[in-house]
Design a protein around this ligand. Structure first.
Ligand SMILES: [Zn+2]
Length: 83
C-alpha cells in the first residue's frame, strides 16, 4: 500500500503516513463521513425550508408555506434517521 499523498510505501494497517503524516481514510471511514455529510445537508436544507415556510406564511402564502414546512420537516426527519 502506498500513501496517496506522498506515494511512499506505508503500513496498510496504520491510519497515518509515517513520511508525510497524511491521514488515510478507509472505505468504512469514507462511508461514515459521507453519511455525516448527507445528514448535515439534509438537516440544513430542512432548516432553510422551515425558515422559508415561516417567511411565506408571514407574507400570506399559507399553501406554499405549508408545503415548505412539510418538506422541511421530512428532510430533518431523514437527517435524524441517517444519524
Ligand atoms: Zn505520505
Amino acid at each position: 500500500m502506498k500513501c496517496p499523498r506522498c506515494n511512499e510505501p506505508m503500513n496498510p494497517r496504520s491510519v497515518t503516513c509515517k513520511s508525510c503524516g497524511a491521514r488515510i481514510l478507509r472505505k468504512s471511514d469514507k462511508m461514515a463521513k459521507k453519511m455525516t455529510v448527507n445528514r448535515w445537508i439534509s438537516m440544513a436544507a430542512g432548516g432553510v425550508l422551515i425558515i422559508i415556510a415561516l417567511v411565506l406564511a408571514y407574507s400570506g402564502a399559507y399553501l406554499f408555506g405549508g408545503i415548505a414546512l412539510g418538506v422541511g420537516a421530512v428532510l430533518i426527519l431523514i437527517g435524524k434517521m441517517l444519524g
